[in-house]
Design a protein around this ligand. Sequence first.
Ligand SMILES: NC(=O)c1ccc[n+]([C@@H]2O[C@H](COP(=O)([O-])OP(=O)(O)OC[C@H]3O[C@@H](n4cnc5c(N)ncnc54)[C@H](O)[C@@H]3O)[C@@H](O)[C@H]2O)c1
Length: 254
Amino acid sequence: MMPSVRHPDLEGRSVLITGGGSGIGAALTEGFARQGCKVAFIDIAREASETLAARLRDAGLSALFLQADLRDIDALRQAAAEAAETHGPVTVLVNNAAYDQRHEIADVTVDYWDDNQAINLRPHFFTAQAVAPGMKAAGGGSIINFASTSFMINHPDMPSYTAAKAGIIGLTKGLAGKLGPDRIRVNAIAPGWVMTERQRELWVTPDGLSAHLERQCLKEEMQPADLVGPCLFLASDASRMLTAQTLIVDAGHL
Ligand SMILES: NC(=O)c1ccc[n+]([C@@H]2O[C@H](COP(=O)([O-])OP(=O)(O)OC[C@H]3O[C@@H](n4cnc5c(N)ncnc54)[C@H](O)[C@@H]3O)[C@@H](O)[C@H]2O)c1
């Protein structure tokens, strides 16, 4: 369920979301559009993204789909530039895209490792690099990086991904220090287990889910929309003096 909160300062803001075509990203795209933001989202998946854009249009909302592979830094830069040309300087950037493929240690090659980091960590720096000058010129902005609690709970099945997710917290703090003087805030959100289409298709088992819920203080499954309110909060002036932090949104699992 989308949060009922309204942040009037977000109205008309140019927002760029990576991986905004499905999963948590789709909820974020819709959530920012519902606040009256001018939303652009970058995604590799054309079908899911066009379906989302059409669904939003039918609901009287809009979001600009920019197809790009975030592993391709030139394509990433081009998409970020297109978002700014269409909607004005991006003042909210949400780095949400990721690829949580499982891997056995013995099977990981150098190419696999680099490709995994190229989606799970590298784009977060280069999108920030692309939008920071526009944010500075606009008087400030907010960058929100999606980490994960997976590395905090010693998740065993994807060490390259968990390394990247831990790296995102270091990157968040480094960027926050560098960009703070330009009034650009940089924070991370670390979700617990969120029931996206992909999680349900690939990784959710009845036993795994019930063991997870057992540990959560709140006994409900987390849904993509549950990340929208925290993300809007970090984007808006409601969190004006909040930067370099990681907000854990895991229903009290840790
Ligand atoms: N779902 C969870 O349980 C969970 C838990 C902790 C953290 N997270 C984090 O939340 C964020 C969103 O997770 P999700 O579960 O919605 O992910 P998802 O895999 O369902 O969606 C990711 C989106 O990114 C896009 N994408 C993937 N590779 C891309 C590429 N190379 N170029 C452009 N777009 C690409 C996909 O098409 C998709 O739309 C991620 O950062 C993830 O690490 C999710």
